[in-house]
Design a protein around this ligand. Structure first.
Ligand code: NAP
Length: 480
């Protein structure tokens, strides 16, 4: 059994308490590693290392930081297959998905910010009115980055890369459920020539390690991705200390299908937006709103296509859905199916645990599930399930679709399917969501702002937004 270690000041170190947490492989239900359960003393050691490193790192030119970030991207890219295997083992997701999405995107995150920092305006001059204003974007110092288990290295690097590019030093924590790729990132960073202490990775639970990061007085900003409840807890700690906060939280995304859409493209994409990564993507469309004139046609075709999906060993090439992240999460998702039935819903397909034979007999698998017959305001249609469960809701007008779409506490993402561009844009305009896709899903230009409205978050990531979050503007005004 492998024992993981923290990466502090460029060294792999054991947690001071010598306390460890078991790491499970969701596809088998077996423990395969132990990860540190670090405490506030470990976090403090990491913060001191980061604070010490900041002096030199913040004076590196953008060009020099860029070169190191590219070297990190190269290091991951060279071991893409290996990293994909680690990610699939930690999460239960299909290996093919980790190979085609998770790890390539982690590489792209480092490359994107390595390039973007060179275009980011860090100094500008405003003259006139009898004064000259020199505005400089200064790095904040030590920042905390906390990420979830669903897209581990993808989301960890989405935070770390802009933070480092902007000249900050980082204390980062991946989810205790999926620590492995973050653990391996330490070696890549050392090989890439990242100076000691610039990136520190402290493993452990949210309660111990996470809260020690959010409450540490020398950490100037927290970039967090995870559940809305956790975001609220973090805000309570961080806000009174006036830390900058970026919160990327939960969602209950509507997928709105008008009768005039390209049916085949919509159907193929809706299968992906419903069940990719076992539905464990914050951007999955979990409420499918269908114009009533095509409701039956869509329902029957969608059920048929869903029934052809293969739930199985993540290592098999033809697997569409792997295992859910944990036994507890599987039980929670199955609990929502039971709730849906209690609320009057009909399970059209799925709804049960899937037994996969062989090495995966103890894994946390579940059938892709479609439910209809529920009101838009019931708990099943209001609460985030974060699994392979979607509901179908008919609508009869544009106005009704918008009302249902906006009827939850969340506002992360939405999809609109229609062959009428004006209508699609009119609907997109009215939906409260940080991103609305028209006739596509999960298409991302990393320069664009990314984040949620309402209880789906605070602030935006991506492009200049991320670099501005990790910087503080300072104005020096000189009389002329
Ligand atoms: P979570 O339970 O909120 O955990 C997220 C991270 O926060 C983990 O590293 C967790 O550590 C840590 N954490 C937990 N409690 C903490 C505390 N009190 N203080 C500081 N850190 C704490 O979320 P999750 O279950 O991992 O992820 C699923 C959620 O993430 C879903 O709601 C999903 O929608 C959301 N998500 C949002 C986005 C987005 O971009 N908006 C993207 C992906 C996922 P441990 O796991 O080690 O306890």
């Amino acid at each position: 059994m492998e024992t993981l270690a923290n990466y502090i000041n460029g060294e792999f170190t054991a947690p001071s308490s010598r306390n460890y947490l078991d790491v499970f492989e969701p596809a088998t239900g077996q423990i395969y590693a132990q990860t540190p359960d670090s405490n506030s003393a470990d976090v403090d050691t990491a913060v001191q290392a980061a604070a010490h490193a900041f002096g030199a790192w913040s004076t590196f030119s953008a060009n020099d930081r860029s070169k190191i970030l590219h070297a990190i991207a190269d290091g991951i890219e060279k071991r893409l297959d290996e990293f994909a295997e680690f990610e699939s083992r930690d999460t239960g997701k299909p290996l093919a998905l980790a190979k085609s999405v998770d790890i390539p995107r982690a590489v792209t995150n480092f490359r994107f910010f390595a390039d973007h920092i060179l275009e980011f305006e860090t100094e500008s001059i405003l003259g006139g009115n009898g004064s000259k204003n020199k505005i400089v974007q200064k790095p904040l110092g030590v920042v905390g980055c906390i990420s979830p288990w669903n897209l581990p290295l993808y989301l960890f690097s989405w935070k770390i890369a802009p933070a480092l590019a902007a000249g900050n030093c980082v204390v980062g924590k991946p989810s205790e459920l999926t620590p492995y790729t973050a653990f391996k990132l330490g070696t890549i960073c050392t090989e890439a020539g990242l100076p000691k202490g610039v990136l520190n990775i402290v493993h452990g639970s949210g309660q111990n390690t996470g809260s020690a990061i959010t409450s540490h007085s020398e950490i100037k900003a927290i970039s967090f991705t995870g559940g809305t409840k956790t975001g609220e807890t973090i805000s309570r700690t961080a806000a009174p200390q006036f830390k900058k906060l970026s919160l990327e939280l939960g969602g209950k995304n509507p997928n709105i299908i008008f009768a005039d859409c390209d049916f085949d493209t919509m159907l193929a994409t809706t299968i992906k937006s419903s069940f990719s990564n076992q539905g464990e993507i914050c951007l999955c469309g979990s409420r499918i709103l269908v114009e009533d004139s095509i409701y039956e046609r869509f329902r029957d075709a969608f059920v048929e296509k869903t029934n052809s999906l293969i739930v199985g060993d993540p290592n098999e090439n033809n697997t569409d859905l792997g295992a859910l992240i944990s036994k507890g999460h599987l039980e929670k998702v199955l609990g929502y199916v039971a709730l849906a039935e209690k609320e009057g819903g009909t399970v059209l397909t799925g709804g049960e645990k899937t037994l996969v034979n062989g090495r995966c007999a103890g894994g946390y698998f579940m059938e892709p599930t479609i439910i209809d017959g529920l009101s838009a305001d019931c708990r099943t249609n209001q609460e985030e399930i974060f699994g392979p469960v979607v509901t179908l809701i008919p609508f009869s007008s544009e106005a009704e679709a918008v009302t249902i779409a906006n009827s939850t506490q969340y506002g992360l993402a939405a999809t609109v399917w229609s062959g009428a561009p004006e209508k699609a844009n009119r609907v997109a305009e009215q939906i409260d969501a940080g991103i609305v896709w028209i006739n596509c899903w999960m298409v991302r230009d990393l320069r664009t702002p990314f984040g949620g409205m309402k209880n789906s978050g605070l602030g935006r990531e991506g492009g200049d937004e991320a670099l501005r979050f990790f910087a503080e503007p300072k104005n020096v005004c000189t009389a002329e």
